[in-house]
Design a protein around this ligand. Structure first.
Ligand SMILES: NC(=O)c1ccc[n+]([C@@H]2O[C@H](COP(=O)([O-])OP(=O)(O)OC[C@H]3O[C@@H](n4cnc5c(N)ncnc54)[C@H](OP(=O)(O)O)[C@@H]3O)[C@@H](O)[C@H]2O)c1
Length: 268
């Protein structure tokens, strides 16, 4: 598994991590993914999967980078601190590696939220601060409210069909060394079944690249996300065959010609 640096933290993380939204399997698929090198798990208080993640981490907490999120409805100072304590309890750990603001909330001054985030870092309950679903202006504002910390990552939707972040968010994050954690990299499974995409061009592009590389559609779609150095992908897989497929995405790269074929078929 190739590693990429998280923001400017100097921490190296696997470029494929394990998502847990709508994850209804037990701890074993997560533990299997960790054994295959994806020792980075993403959850959130609203997913109601923090308890399963906590179970999956039993005895191996020190080997895994753990990310969770505070809901955008809990961004008042006291609410952030209380949400973090609830997450720590469910995750059965003393520290969250990456604590992310799940979505921005214009009704709460971001300064108040960031004061709580820095308080969590100071107390050792959180190591790094991240955001999610933030646009460039929201990232700028959030960073300007932090006194001692840098935003390490922005978790945003990114896949072959959803490329809106290429216009402003990716260039901004490249300039400021903020990692993009791409969520829904398979468009919630849609890209794993190109025959169902409803476009002859797109199906043909996948077939061409798949025939040349011997990789599955899911592997091609995931690998496409990883071709940008600043991007890491969070994929959810409850099926262990899928977990294996996804963890084998990192030791090779699509050629520039194959990237071009896919880009042409998925022109934004
Ligand atoms: N920050 C946010 O607002 C936000 C929003 C959405 C998601 N996320 C995060 O991003 C993670 C991933 O996104 P997602 O859950 O929306 O969707 P996704 O990862 O794009 O797709 C998940 C679907 O793809 C299937 N799949 C996975 N690997 C496969 C493979 N190798 N071959 C065929 N099918 C495969 C899974 O099936 P099985 O489960 O049956 O294996 C599942 O149905 C989430 O779990 C969550 O952690 C964050």
């Amino acid at each position: 598994m190739r590693l990429k640096e998280l923001g400017s933290t100097a921490i190296k993380l696997p470029e494929i991590s394990l998502g847990t939204w709508k994850y209804h399997a037990g701890p074993e698929p997560l533990r299997y993914g960790i054994r295959l090198g994806a020792n980075f798990i993403d959850t959130a208080e609203i997913y109601r999967t923090e308890n399963i993640v906590g179970e999956a981490l039993t005895g191996i907490r020190d080997k895994v980078f753990l990310a969770t999120k505070v809901s955008g409805d809990h961004l008042r100072y006291d609410d952030v601190l209380a949400a973090a304590d609830r997450s720590l309890k469910l995750l059965k750990t003393n520290s969250i590696d990456l604590y992310q603001i799940h979505w921005p909330n214009p009704d709460v001054p971001i300064r108040e939220t960031m004061r709580a985030m820095e308080e969590l870092v100071d107390s050792g309950k959180v190591k790094y601060i991240g955001v999610s679903n933030f646009d460039v202006h929201e990232m700028e504002e959030a960073q300007s409210c932090l006194k001692k910390n840098q935003i390490a990552s922005n978790q945003v939707i990114y896949n072959l069909s959803e490329r809106g972040i290429e216009r402003e968010i990716i260039p901004y994050c490249e300039r400021h060394k903020i990692t993009i954690l791409a969520y829904s990299p398979l468009a919630q499974g849609e890209l794993a079944n190109p025959a169902n995409l409803g476009s002859r061009d797109r199906t043909d592009a996948f077939t061409k690249v798949s025939d040349a590389t011997g990789k599955t559609a899911a592997q091609i779609a995931l690998n496409w996300c990883l071709t940008k150095p600043i991007v890491m992908a969070i994929v959810k897989a409850a099926n262990e065959n899928h977990v294996k497929d996804d963890c084998e995405v990192s030791d090779w790269r699509l050629s520039p010609e194959h990237v071009d074929t896919l880009n042409k078929a998925f022109k934004p």
